[in-house]
Design a protein around this ligand. Structure first.
Ligand code: NAD
Ligand code: GLY
Length: 360
């Protein structure tokens, strides 16, 4: 078992990582002083697999669980679906001291966090992430949101959970493609923060893909890096932006190819390679950095090559990204593995990079 703290003063919270932890969530929630009703928000797939075990441990600890199920899919991370969850919470007469428990991947976690931030002006919530991506990224750090038809995650709040309980055993039922998508975010932590960790990933690609113990080590390391970054910049005024390495290109890929073609992690994998190439084209890093990122991405069965889009399409989409201010595009760029910088890049510089890739 490993416990990592996200240090945020009186809003600090633990991330607990342990095989079989799902069956211990009840007493752990009770020991946080939370009692009475507890609303589990989940979807039919994850709920079908794990809600019974969660319900049992909650009941055994004296809590009174209710289950609210939303349909599975990014398209249901919406205000409309949030509204029906609010209906459920009101029907169950959930009070301000009663916790919400997110049981699912990033879609459920982001939406349950948003509900917790706003229902009765804020109720406690617990993350029980069940995808690799949510275990290493979305469950930690308090970014909560629902989507708007005009864009992803446009409506939300920074609102931290009371605890994150990660049971790596639940990954056994995850589709291999979802595992690979989560591995992309794990690679990200190596590039932005920790060269030895990147090397560990390079040396253990088969074990990671087959979900051996090395994957648990990687989850722990990823959470500890994210906890450190979030602890020093909760609301992304500065350093937290490095967690977006590969995401500016990645978001453009997701938007331009139609949401759903690429998984978020797959788009980020390509985006990391492109961000490294851009850095190289600006003279900030050497070829070897890109080659290592590309080789690791490929070894983990993730896509590395961008879809065929024109320079105008890329740039047009990037200018719509919510992290762009005015027409200046800010990129997280790798200087070398383990060290990134945040830099504004002009449209001209970006076009030069696309030219070098024969993207017209
Ligand atoms: P997801 O929540 O859609 O889950 C992917 C699929 O796996 C779903 O079909 C889900 O039902 C299924 N699933 C979940 N756990 C399972 C299990 N243990 N066994 C079998 N199937 C399981 O996708 P995701 O990749 O976890 O999350 C993507 C979301 O996360 C996006 O909405 C993205 O915006 C958000 N996100 C948020 C942050 C943040 O900081 N808040 C960071 C990254 C991504
Ligand atoms: N996933 C990026 C962040 O949490 O800031």
């Amino acid at each position: 078992m490993r416990t990592i703290n996200v240090e945020l003063g009186n809003r600090s919270y633990p991330i607990v990582i342990k095989r079989g932890l799902l069956d211990e969530v009840g007493p752990r929630i009770a020991s946080l002083g939370l009692k009475g009703k507890a609303a589990i928000i989940t979807n039919p797939l994850v709920g079908g697999l794990y809600a019974q075990r969660l319900t049992k441990t909650l009941k055994d600890a004296g809590l009174n669980p209710v289950i609210i199920t939303v349909p599975d899919g990014e398209e249901y991370k919406s205000l409309q679906e949030a509204s029906s969850i609010f209906d459920g919470l009101i029907e169950h007469r959930m009070e301000r001291s009663n916790p919400i428990i997110a049981l699912g991947g990033g879609v459920i976690g982001d939406m349950a966090g948003f509900i917790a931030a706003t229902y009765l002006r804020g109720v406690p919530y617990i993350q029980v992430p069940t995808t690799l991506l949510s275990q290493v990224d979305s469950s930690v750090g308090g970014k909560t949101a629902v989507n708007h038809p005009k864009g992803k995650n446009l409506i939300g709040a920074f609102y931290q959970p009371k605890a994150v309980f990660i049971d790596p055993d639940v990954l056994e039922t995850l589709e291999p493609r979802e595992v690979r998508a989560g591995l992309a975010e794990i690679i990200k932590y190596g590039v932005i923060w920790d060269e030895p960790f990147f090397k560990f990933l390079e040396n253990n690609t088969d074990s990671l893909l087959s979900r051996k113990d090395e994957l648990i080590d990687a989850i722990e390391k990823s959470c500890s890096i994210k906890a450190e970054v979030v602890g020093s910049d909760e609301t992304e005024q500065g350093i937290r932006a490095i967690l977006n390495f590969g995401h500016t290109f990645g978001h453009a890929i997701e938007a331009l190819s139609g949401y759903g073609k690429y998984k978020h992690g797959e788009a980020v994998a390509i985006g990391m390679v492109m961000a490294s190439e851009l850095s190289e084209s600006l003279g900030l890093s050497g070829r070897q950095t890109t080659e290592r990122i590309k080789a690791l991405v490929t070894a983990l069965d993730l896509p590395a090559d961008p879809p065929k889009l024109s320079a105008d399409q890329w740039i047009g989409s990037m200018l719509l990204d919510k992290k762009v201010s005015g027409s200046r595009m800010r990129f997280v760029l790798a200087e070398h593995i383990g060290k990134v910088i945040i830099k504004e890049v002009s449209e001209e510089e970006l076009r030069k990079y696309f030219d070098s890739k024969a993207i017209k």
